[in-house]
Design a protein around this ligand. Structure first.
Ligand code: ARG
Length: 270
């Protein structure tokens, strides 16, 4: 199947103040040191790669008191220029929501909704051609799914996450082609019922192995052709190529210490 890339606009936040000082997911160990210059170099590699592919990267100013702010995907969800703000599950990240809202207000976004219910932006919302897939179980409130459906006017499909290593939907599922309902995912991250829903909606999905999921290989960003993903997820490269995609392996090893990789660092401004 011939694939083609479409130009994207991304919002990212440099990891100038990245730290692991608390633990809100099983990947985070405050006892393990973080190499900030290395995190910055890895992040710049990702931002530079997007730009080299013809995409636009907008930058949010990092704040010293918000060490997880590099995970910009969590700050909002934007579809058709409409912004659904975030409301974080843990107080450590709560102020990030405001920083994102300020950015949208000062960058010409007119339709901005401050949410009543907990949602961590694209951490738990994934946008395909037909649906918004919405994770729940660890972070987003199930009530945020109805709120998103009402605001965007798109059908929201709730999916139950059951393994704490895959605490956000974007650690267990990636959209490969948002014009055609094409995804890859790791079934065991989901409840039995949600696995059945995924099989029904995406019978041709690329199914990831445990080894690739644990390398956070599903924390990937696709422009319709190029799929940027953690380079350690070696088992995904060939299946992606055979489906017509061009996988691009990235090393975001330092940011993995916070429990995130490519997708977590990238919020798409649709
Ligand atoms: N330390 C962050 C947290 O646990 C990582 C967030 C990763 N972001 C993501 N979109 N999965 O909230």
């Amino acid at each position: 199947m011939p694939r083609h890339a479409t130009p994207r606009r991304y919002l990212m936040c440099p990891p100038a103040h990245f730290k692991v000082t608390y633990s809100i997911n099983p990947w985070m160990d405050p006892a393990k040191p973080v190499d900030v210059p290395l995190a910055i170099a890895q992040w710049e590699d990702l931002a530079g790669r997007y730009r080299a592919l013809g995409h636009t990267v907008e930058e949010l100013s990092p704040r010293p008191d918000l060490p997880d702010m590099v995970f910009a995907a969590n700050g909002a969800t934007v579809i058709d220029g409409r912004v659904l703000g975030a409301r974080f599950a843990y107080r450590e990240r709560a102020a990030e929501a405001e920083a994102h809202l300020d950015w949208f207000h000062s960058h010409g976004f007119a339709e901005i909704h401050e949410p009543a219910h907990i949602n961590e932006g694209e951490g738990d919302f994934a946008v395909t051609a037909s649906w918004i897939l919405a994770g729940r179980g660890f972070r987003a409130s199930p009530l945020s799914h109805g709120e998103a459906q009402e605001f965007f006017g798109r059908p929201v499909v709730g999916l139950d996450l059951v393994d704490p290593r895959y605490y956000h939907l974007d650690t267990a599922l990636a959209v490969l082609d948002d014009a055609a309902d094409s995804v890859m995912y790791y079934p065991d991250a989901f409840s039995a019922g949600s696995q059945a829903v995924l099989r029904r909606l995406f019978p041709d999905a690329l199914i990831a192995s445990e080894a690739d999921a644990v390398a956070l290989g599903l924390n990937a960003v696709s422009d319709g052709l190029h799929v940027l993903l953690p380079q350690a997820a070696v088992g995904l490269f060939e299946p992606l190529r055979s489906r017509g995609f061009e996988p691009i392996g990235m090393d975001l090893g330092e940011l993995l210490k916070g429990g995130g990789s490519v997708k977590c660092c990238t919020q798409e401004l649709r």
